[in-house]
Write a protein that binds this ligand. Structure first.
Ligand SMILES: *Cc1c(COP(=O)(O)O)cnc(C)c1O
Length: 420
């Protein structure tokens, strides 16, 4: 469900023709729909109804300040994995008491800063990290609230790069060791045990792996309670998938019902860390056709956006739907590779895709690019990172300016001695 639709044969974001924005800001650019973002957040949040829960949006999926501040205004919190993300979440007005800090490599400086801001909870990924947090909190004469991220070893049936809860994964603490680790955490003076946590993967299209993981977490919570370790928060991470192509993920209501059913007598507040499901279909990448080219049996359309702007197809072989901004539904289709200007063979947005004939200058929209799109973009090939634009009804605003050439070299210098 999203608000990118053709009106009079022109792709519009809410009430604004995409072409109009392209004429004003140039291409490529990311385009987000306020109405879609707000709707997705609200549908997800409301799916849990009165059940005690906090929706901590996973900042790594889309970290634009405007997007974060919208969720903050709707009562959302943040799941962060660095202090860069903490900085953004706070700037966007998020309540520190709704911020959870995940990630396997938190530095001392990051731990200190997060403690100073009074975040809700640290999701701990290893024994050494636990000890580090205890010692930093000790120095600061405070206590750190923690959950241990356990690895429930369930198969999320997703791409291996985004499966994070298997035994072989670098994430979390092995389920078998978790109990003992909690005992150890209890002996640390500056640690307050508040929860259990897991995150099994991303782009999941079934409910059952979540329920399996939750069952294991529940078993652990009950066992810990018997030992007098009171667990008040259960964090199930993120990972609910979206439709890129023909996937049929469960809707948030179905997902929520299944979780609530398992949780109802547990007396824990549920923490959720959705990313993709909130922002994925709320954004598109708009790009312009530069050239057509026929290789040996292959037809290429070269566009002005590349893998540095949207890396998902190159990195995961991910499918992103591509549509012309001017509707050409009835026209004859040609099997086409849509490729970018980057000097890498892996630089493509689509392969073997049936698309109408596209002339230089025409605009294309790469759909479902709101999650892990701009957030994963880079300056590779010294390309400036693109603009981000937010539409609400019939207005639009640039919420991140396209980088300038000066931005590209900011912080660089040439030592005097290089020339002698
Ligand atoms: C990436 C990540 C998320 C969000 O995942 P989505 O698939 O975008 O919902 C949540 N929690 C943690 C710990 C993550 O690493």
């Amino acid at each position: 469900m999203h608000y990118f639709e053709y009106k009079d044969n022109e792709l519009c974001c809410e009430e604004v023709p995409v072409r109009k924005i392209a004429e004003s800001v140039g291409t490529p650019f990311y385009l987000y729909s306020y109405r879609t973002l707000a709707r997705h957040f609200s549908v997800f949040d409301k799916a849990f109804g009165e059940f005690p829960h906090i929706v901590c949006f996973s900042v790594k999926a889309n970290s634009n300040l405007a997007v974060l501040s919208l969720f903050a205004s709707m009562g959302g919190g943040a799941d962060i994995v660095s202090c860069g993300e903490l900085f953004r979440a706070l700037k966007a007005g998020m309540d520190p008491k709704k911020i959870v800090f995940s990630g396997v490599g938190k530095t001392e400086e990051e731990i200190q800063w997060a403690l100073k801001e009074g975040i809700l909870i640290f999701n701990i990924e290893s024994e050494e990290e636990l000890r580090k947090i205890d010692s930093v909190a000790g120095r600061m004469k405070t206590k750190a609230a923690v959950a241990l991220r356990v690895n429930p070893d369930v198969d999320p049936k997703t791409h291996p790069y985004i499966a994070t809860g298997l035994k072989k994964s670098k994430f979390g603490i092995a389920f078998e060791k978790a109990y003992q680790q909690y005992q150890e955490a209890r002996s640390l003076q500056h640690i307050e045990i508040l929860g259990v946590d897991c995150h099994i993967g991303s782009q999941l299209t079934e409910v059952s792996p979540f329920v399996d993981a939750l069952k294991k977490l529940k078993e652990l919570v009950l066992r810990l309670r018997k030992e007098g370790i009171d667990i008040r928060y259960l964090d199930l991470g993120g990972g609910l998938g979206i439709t890129y192509d023909e996937e049929k993920p469960p809707d948030p209501a179905e997902y929520a019902q299944a979780l609530i059913e398992e949780m109802k007598d547990l007396h824990c507040t549920l923490i959720l860390e959705p990313g993709r499901v909130i922002v994925g279909n709320a954004g598109v990448l708009v790009t312009r056709v530069l050239y057509n080219k026929d290789g040996d049996g292959r037809h290429f359309v070269i566009v002005d956006a590349g893998m540095n702007d949207l890396i998902r197809p190159s990195l995961y072989g991910a499918f992103q739907e591509i549509v012309p901004v001017r509707c050409k539904e009835k026209e004859k289709k040609v099997v086409t590779d849509v490729v970018g200007p980057i000097c890498e063979s892996g630089d493509f947005l689509a392969k073997d895709r049936a698309l109408p004939e596209l002339k230089a200058g025409e605009l294309l929209a790469v759909m479902s690019a709101g999650a892990y799109g701009f957030a994963m973009s880079s300056n590779y090939n010294s390309r400036r990172r693109v603009a981000e634009v937010l539409v609400r009804d019939d207005r639009f605003e640039v919420v991140r300016a396209r980088e300038t050439y000066e931005d590209l070299i900011r912080g660089e210098s040439i030592p005097e001695w290089i020339k002698t």
